[in-house]
Design a protein around this ligand. Structure first.
Ligand code: SF4
Length: 327
């Protein structure tokens, strides 16, 4: 099955969005869901053109509000596979509120946040993930804002599934998409996405292939992660990290990655390793923990209320604004 649409793709030459789109188009047949049961919901921004380029259902919606629209879809149509496509501006500035509440509620949606650390569509203003001191058209003497780390934010909202990947590694990107789709409930994936027009140096330390391989820490469930001696502080500052085999690799330290830990503190510590200059960048699944989805809880509640009172009384109650509890 081919999931490409007949729309002309309109991103700048060299944009990282092309690589993400190509990976996603190849991944969709593996999802095993008919195209009419897949919905892509986006907000506003370069990445939000994504739904046009797939032959699924799609909504190019309201700035920052894609998680709210996706919540309505997912809760009323549990048979759908619902994906939110957003960027660092759309999802973390005007839409930050909607994003964190969809994650904490554990709505059954998959959120892909393309992080290029800039507003691209409006031609290069600093975004909520731009580094402090960023010089742009809207911050000519440097931004004073401290940036969000999207993975840390999602973990703080206790999202059940949180991952990071990069636009230039198709194999890794595809594996993360698959894991996100397999997770029941809210999944959040940050994708480092290069914007060569307005922020080409955003991921400079990761551009050189040799340097990138050294800096990227590929997390595998149950496998040890090697941290250089200068990163040993991580084990001391965050009590949840298990340090193992310290002697077996000289000065390096190994920590065993466990995305299934319920306490998000361990994953949060790992999410901070990309600061301040991408010296070590963990990629892969930080957290993969199951809990009841908002969709299931809501539908169960409605069914219980219907069974106890009947549709007529339920409708009257909702119209009255009064409350009652189901026994
Ligand atoms: Fe891509 Fe940047 Fe162009 Fe937007 S402005 S399409 S993010 S290269």
């Amino acid at each position: 099955k081919d999931f490409k649409s007949d729309q002309e793709v309109r991103w700048c030459p060299g944009c990282g969005d092309y690589a993400i789109l190509a990976a996603f188009q190849s991944f969709l047949p593996q999802l095993g869901v008919p195209r009419e049961n897949i919905v892509m919901v986006s907000g506003i921004g370069c990445s939000s053109r994504f739904p046009y380029y797939l032959s699924t259902y799609g909504v190019h919606s309201i700035h920052g509000r894609a998680p709210a629209i996706a919540t309505g879809l997912a809760t009323s149509r549990p048979d759908l596979s619902v994906w939110v496509i957003t960027g660092d501006g759309d999802g973390l500035s005007i839409g930050g509120n909607h994003l964190i509440h969809a994650l904490r509620r554990n709505v059954n949606i998959n959120v892909l946040l393309f992080n290029n650390r800039i507003y691209g569509l409006t031609k290069g203003q600093y975004s909520p993930t731009s580094e402090a001191g960023k010089i742009t058209k809207s911050s000519p003497v440097g931004s004073l804002d401290h940036p969000f780390n999207p993975v840390s934010l999602a973990l703080g909202a206790e999202a059940g599934f949180v991952a990071r990947t990069v636009d230039s590694d198709r194999k890794h990107l595809t594996s993360v998409l698959r894991a996100a789709a397999d997770h029941p409930g809210a999944s959040f994936v940050e994708i480092y996405q290069n914007c060569p027009i307005f922020n080409d140096d955003a991921f400079e330390p990761l551009k050189d292939p040799a340097a990138r391989d050294l800096r990227l820490l590929r997390m595998e469930q149950g496998e040890p992660l090697r941290l250089g001696p200068d990163r040993g502080v991580v084990s001391g500052e965050f009590g949840g990290l298990e340090v193992v085999d310290v002697d077996s690799v000289g000065e390096d330290r190994l920590i065993r990655h466990d995305a299934h830990r319920r306490d998000p503190g361990y994953a949060f510590a790992l999410s901070r390793l990309d600061q301040p200059a991408f010296e070590h960048v963990p990629i892969g699944v930080f957290r993969n923990v199951r809990r009841p989805t908002y969709d299931d809880l809501l539908n169960e509640q409605v069914e219980d209320a219907r069974a106890e009172r009947g549709d007529g009384e339920l409708a009257a109650l909702l119209a009255s604004g009064d409350t009652w509890t189901v026994d």
